[in-house]
Write a protein that binds this ligand. Sequence first.
Ligand SMILES: [Zn+2]
Length: 277
Amino acid sequence: MLVDAHCHLQDPQFKGKEQEVINRARVAGVTAMVVVGFDIESSRRAVELAESHENVYATIGVHPHHAKDVSPRDIEALARLADSAAVVGIGETGLDYYRDLSPREVQQSVFREQLELAGQLSIPVVVHSRDADEETYRIIEEYARQALAEWPKDRPLGVMHCFAGDLPLALRYVQLGLLISIAGTCTYPNADRTRAVAGGIPLRWMAVETDAPYLPLQSRRGKRNEPAYLVETVQCIADIRGASFEEVSQRTAMAAAWLFGLGDIGEPEASLVEESR
Ligand SMILES: [Zn+2]
């Protein structure tokens, strides 16, 4: 069991090759993939891919880069797309103060609107945060306070995708009820902070992802990434933790299934859920 909790199979780089890429992932042992939307069109494509492939799921949302293009109609379009049973979350949404492609106030309000939608639908949120640690945390903390009152209490609120903060911040997100997702960046020579997170958070709160076609592993820098390569990230985490590959793949798959409600992969036992809160 191995789940790629964040990939972009709808990216133009995979056009016409989606089935091959999914097949290679399956052969490599990746049993399920979550295709993440980054604007309205890519969200629509994510739903199409999820509806037409088994064990492929979709999240729908607008990346902070595109926040400046969002109209109220787009949020309605997301709400309508969420009617599909293939949709398991909202995102990716969040803040990106590194590239600042949308004004910061606009990023914040579009982020808040999508959190609100996730809350209304009681589905988890996939969060992107870059160079915006404090602001992202503040907005999520505020959301968690409101959402948790009505939230199904044994389910996480969301996931911090390709988490790049430090271990104390990761643990604060876990306290709020968010999973931490580790990407192939943990194989980069300068990624000590990410390796500390990969080694330090409880496995039941950890997801793994490729963010394909982006973020290739150190061994494939400069090349297109794809879900099949997730196994190298899992091995990297296993080495850091002194755990077996099987333990990390199994436990992170269970965590992703718990997060996104992927019932066919299996829910963790209730006692495990209670204990981790
Ligand atoms: Zn992404």
